[in-house]
Every structure is written in structure tokens, then in C-alpha cells.
Design a protein around this ligand. Structure first.
Ligand SMILES: [Zn+2]
Length: 197
């Protein structure tokens, strides 16, 4: 079983034993493996068995350990904080944020715009902007939240939320399962009725 450490724990100075091949050594000798959204895997340098999962810091944890950060890390944290606060201000919160649409039925596009300053998710009805908010990288979970709110607002009027080609990079990121997760969300919200028709 892999141990779990917080990023700011002193895991590099800790001792690790590999149950798979018998290697014994310091955390600093472990090899960084797969990177996930919330954690990074570290493996045995001899056989690559996963020995440690290091959780990525939250913004609060970065701030609490500010003195340990280099300038690049501080700029990164400050940019993440700016995004976080802008997102909290501008995100779609509920059906009440959305305009009424009179079309009996319609589909919406999940689109992406980038003016060089900020990247935004744009919900469109044809050319018309229905809503826009800061785009979340690898935002497939956000897609499910927004599509659920859109469904709550428009009910059976809304037949689908279709990601445009230009939204794919941000929506899916490096997450290989993301296209299927988005497809499953659309199927659950919009297409289950059709299978009974
Ligand atoms: Zn090993």
C-alpha cells in the first residue's frame, strides 16, 4: 500500500521500503510518476512500484507555507488565487443567472474564447451568448455542473449541450477519460428520454 503525504510534509527525508523488490532508501530518491489533479505518484527507483502519493497543496496550504516558496511558485499561487476569486465572482450559480429563451426546443454550445487576457467558457445559442464564465482547465467536472444548471433552467426545451471543437483543449486537458465523461453527462441529462421513445 502506498503511503500518502502532504506536499509540505518532510517526506523527502523519510525512509521507504519497497515491499515488491526490497529496495530501502530516502523519499528524495523516489521517482516521480504519474501526475493527477490532486496528487503525484512516487515510485520505487528500482522496480517502479508506487510507494508514495504526495497530495498537491491547496491555496490555503501554499499561503501557510509562503516562506518556503520560490518566486516562480509565488507567482503561480498568486495567479491561481486571482483565477479562483474571479471564478467565484463570475461563475454560473443557478438557473436564476440565466435568461429566458422562447424557442420551444433548442441545443446550446459549450464554446471557448480567449482574448489573450483571459480564457472563458461561453454558452451559446447559435451566435447569441447565453452565459460566460472563466474557463476551468480540464473542466469536464464543471461541464457536468453547468449542464445540470442549464437543464434545471430550460427543462425539456433544452435537447443537448454540445462542446465546440475549440473548447476541447480546455474541457478535456490531459485527462484521457474526459471525452467519455462529458459524453456520459450529456447522455444522462439529455438522451435518456430518447431511448424510451
Ligand atoms: Zn521496488
Amino acid at each position: 500500500m502506498a503511503e500518502i503525504a502532504n506536499y509540505f510534509d518532510d517526506w523527502k527525508a523519510g525512509h521507504y521500503n519497497c515491499a515488491n523488490c526490497g529496495w530501502v532508501g530516502l523519499g528524495s530518491a523516489l521517482e516521480a510518476g504519474e501526475l493527477f489533479a490532486d496528487l503525484t505518484e512516487f515510485g520505487c527507483p528500482a522496480c517502479r512500484a508506487t510507494l508514495l502519493l504526495v497530495q498537491h497543496p491547496t491555496l490555503e496550504e501554499w499561503r501557510a507555507n509562503w516562506g518556503k516558496l520560490n518566486d516562480a511558485q509565488r507567482r503561480h499561487v498568486e495567479a491561481a488565487e486571482r483565477f479562483h476569486s474571479q471564478f467565484q465572482q463570475e461563475k454560473l450559480r443557478g438557473p436564476e443567472d440565466l435568461p429566458d429563451i422562447s424557442n420551444p426546443t433548442f441545443f446550446l454550445n459549450w464554446d471557448f474564447s480567449d482574448d489573450g487576457v483571459s480564457s472563458r467558457t461561453v454558452i451559446r445559442l447559435g451566435d447569441q451568448v447565453v452565459f460566460s464564465e472563466p474557463a476551468v482547465f480540464e473542466g469536464y467536472e464543471r461541464f457536468a455542473e453547468v449542464a445540470t444548471i442549464l437543464k434545471a433552467k430550460y427543462g425539456s426545451q433544452l435537447t443537448d449541450v454540445i462542446p465546440t471543437e475549440s473548447s476541447h483543449l480546455y474541457l478535456y486537458g490531459d485527462k484521457l477519460s474526459a471525452p467519455k465523461l462529458v459524453k456520459d453527462t450529456r447522455h444522462q441529462l439529455f438522451h435518456d428520454d430518447l431511448t424510451h421513445a
